[in-house]
Design a protein around this ligand. Structure first.
Ligand code: PLP
Length: 388
């Protein structure tokens, strides 16, 4: 695509042209369009908790505005927030990062983006287990890197064989990406798998980038931070979006080896500068203590998970039971062979919005988010039931 003006020497850059827009957002937009046109659509596409941001967090933001905390802050975030994150990582994850080793960004998305820009040169490889969150390969490619996929299968409940990771290492490998609990599969890797992946990274001198965004949305299993096995070869990425229902506030963070964090700060300093100052103060309140909210949300998500997994399996759409996050991956081959077609049929005929597995590298499956009310889940099951 060019800018389409005859006398123009400017065209869209190769980078801009190669970037794929997120299919999750595309489906959400299409569902919103239908809703606007008066169609009663049940959306199972959202990637965000349906709960309101807890009151104590909102109040911290209001207090920050009243106190005039509305100016530029340090690029890497206010010291109060980095101290709070450092204390959280020690208290909840057993990790000792100094506040200097913490950088705060505009969402976990920017933290990951900064990281890939900071350590990838053209042609460098990053190993990613499939199915994966759609943004990883795009971000890696944007930074000049090459995503290398290691497959995991629904039939095995998306268990990751760490030896498959070892076999995918080449002289160009720079990093291994872990996401547990995962989007879109909800898989939670056992301690032995995470330990072995970190061991492989140490052995080859690689970095593990661990996205722990869904750590609190976990059902019975214990969340294990990769950095608990080696702090020097791990970059821990996390954020406020999913844990405290703060998706719109845009606060994410990373903690890791100081030279990498400093490079990420430098990149952020020349792009967006500090994340929103008011949201940072809200995040201090959120991360310092939100145990009550976290437990409430976790219990609700677990009830919904149990219902949707049982419901989809009863309809003949095979769906593994996820250990965490708020997504399920349903086998839609009884509806249509191809998941894009299944997504279209489910939206146009059953009026339920789901996300095709295509961009997640999950052929024949669609992702349903159960970050919605039990009533909506029942309605979606009933509509899909009529369709099948
Ligand atoms: N990582 C995973 C696995 C996600 O699913 C998301 C959001 O959907 C993010 C990171 C980014 O979240 P945010 O930028 O809102 O912090």
């Amino acid at each position: 695509m060019t800018l389409n003006l005859p006398s123009y020497r400017v065209a869209l850059s190769e980078k801009a042209r190669s970037l794929k827009p997120s299919s999750t957002l595309a489906v959400t937009a299409r569902a919103q369009e239908l809703k606007k046109a008066g169609v009663d659509v049940v959306s199972m596409a959202a990637g965000e908790p349906d709960f309101d941001t807890p009151q104590h967090i909102k109040e911290a933001a209001i207090a920050a505005i009243a106190a005039g905390k509305t100016k530029y802050t340090a690029v890497q975030g206010i010291i109060e927030l980095r101290e709070t994150i450092s204390a959280k990582l020690e208290r909840e994850n057993g990790l000792k990062y100094s506040p200097d080793q913490v950088t705060v960004s505009t969402g976990g998305k920017q933290a990951l983006f900064n990281a890939f820009l900071a350590f990838l040169d053209p042609g460098d490889e990053v190993i990613i287990p499939t199915p994966f969150w759609v943004s990883y390969p795009e971000m890696i490619a944007f930074a000049g890197g090459v995503p290398v996929f290691v497959e995991t299968l629904a039939e095995n409940n998306y268990a990751l064989d760490a030896e498959d990771i070892a076999r995918a290492v080449t002289p160009k490998t720079k990093a291994i990406l872990l996401n547990s609990p995962a989007n879109p599969t909800g898989v939670v890797y056992p301690e032995a798998t995470i330990r072995r992946v970190v061991e492989i990274a140490v052995q080859h001198g690689l970095l593990v980038v661990t996205d722990e965004m869904y750590e609190h949305i976990i059902y019975g299993e214990r969340h294990i931070s990769a950095a608990s096995f080696d702090m020097d070869h791990v970059l821990t990425v996390n954020g406020a979006s999913k844990a405290y229902s703060m998706t719109g506030w845009r606060i994410g963070y990373a903690a890791g080896p100081l030279p990498l964090i400093k490079a990420m700060n430098a990149i952020q300093g020349q792009s967006t500068s500090n994340p929103n100052s008011i949201a940072q103060w809200a995040a201090v309140a959120a991360i310092a203590d939100s145990r009550e909210y976290i437990e409430m949300a976790r219990a609700k998500f677990q009830q919904r998970r149990d219902r949707i997994v049982a419901g989809l399996n009863a309809l003949g759409l095979k769906t593994p039971l996820p250990g965490g996050a708020f997504y399920v991956m349903a086998d839609t081959t009884p509806i249509a062979k191809d998941e894009m077609e299944a997504t279209r049929v489910i939206l146009d005929e059953a009026k339920v919005a789901v996300v095709p597995g295509t961009d997640f590298y999950a052929p024949g499956r669609v992702r349903l988010s159960y970050a919605t009310s039990m009533e909506q889940i029942e309605e979606a099951l009933s509509r899909i039931g009529k369709l099948v």
